[in-house]
Design a protein around this ligand. Structure first.
Ligand SMILES: O=P(O)(O)OC[C@H](O)CO
Ligand SMILES: [Mg+2]
Length: 280
């Protein structure tokens, strides 16, 4: 069964047939201290289609860079002012989105919009984020995978909901990795009319590769956020999800593959050049 983009603008639950996932031996992945059941429920991509992958698009926050924790921390601080707590069901609705879109979700879902507008929420969190972002670290396996794909001649790029100013702060210690990207599309790009789960950003990223237009079925996206996984599927692309272990496993079901870390991704299973090293 092939999903059409307009079938999956919301979260879908599909059957498990034909699905593949990376785990130890069963469909239970051990994530730190708790076990999360991982059902690969999207049969949209079969094994023969996987071998068609020629191009790769990386998400950034929470996927290449360990930056989602900064947003979580700041949002916890702001909510505590209202005697409220920040939880992962709200986090799941915010992550991956453009700043103003996530901000609207935040103030509305927590019921504080009468006291704090989305715009003022962004102002309030800005100074804290500006201090945190320059300390950003790479996620495990990010450097190895990016360097491998680049060295193998696979065209790679970044599609991130973050805007230009924050991108510069987050990546200032990681110029080497980001310089390997063919291009980088950010949330404030004029072609990105709507943030994830709209396919805008991934379609814009696909258009900017060199050469003939790349068909979405030849593109593999790496994402950590539910909205990002949906955006990739809405763009007609394949997607490997690397979710935070605290995210509800129901969000895994839209992805074509779920891995607990980029270290567990095997390029050869997607027809991409295999790793030749044994180190991570
Ligand atoms: O996950 P990204 O890279 O699209 O970034 C989105 C926001 O900046 C953070 O959730
Ligand atoms: Mg992300």
């Amino acid at each position: 069964m092939i999903l059409k983009p307009n079938q999956i603008f919301g979260l879908v639950t599909l059957t498990t047939s034909g699905a593949r996932f990376t785990s130890t031996a069963t469909n239970n992945l051990q994530f730190q201290s708790r076990t999360v059941s991982v059902k690969m429920a999207n049969p949209a991509v079969c094994d023969s289609e996987k071998k068609l992958i020629t191009h790769v698009i990386f998400d950034m926050d929470g996927l290449l860079l360990d930056t989602e924790k900064f947003y979580t921390e700041v949002q916890e601080i702001i909510l505590s002012r209202f005697d409220k707590t920040f939880d992962w069901s709200l986090k799941a609705k915010m992550m991956g989105k453009k700043a103003i879109e996530a901000a609207r979700v935040f103030v509305e879902e927590t019921g504080i919009s009468d006291s704090l507008s989305a715009e003022n929420f962004l102002v309030e969190r800005e100074s804290m984020l500006q201090e945190m972002f320059p300390t950003s670290e790479l996620m495990p396996g990010a450097s190895r995978l990016v360097k491998h794909l680049h060295a193998s001649g696979v065209p790679i790029c970044v599609a991130t909901g973050t805007h230009k100013r924050h991108f510069a702060l987050k990546t200032q210690r990681h110029g080497e990795i980001f310089s390997l990207m063919h291009h980088i599309v950010m949330g404030d790009d004029p072609e990105v009319k709507q943030g994830k789960p709209s396919p805008d950003i991934f379609l814009a990223a696909a258009r900017r590769f060199d050469g003939e237009p790349v068909h979405p079925s030849k593109i593999l996206v790496f994402e950590d956020a539910p909205s990002g996984v949906l955006a990739a599927k809405n763009a007609g692309m394949s997607v490997v999800m690397v979710p935070d272990p605290r995210l509800d496993s129901a969000f895994h079901e839209t992805a074509d593959e779920v891995v607990k870390s980029l270290l567990d991704f095997d390029p050869a299973e997607w027809g991409l050049p295999p790793f030749t090293d044994t180190t991570a």
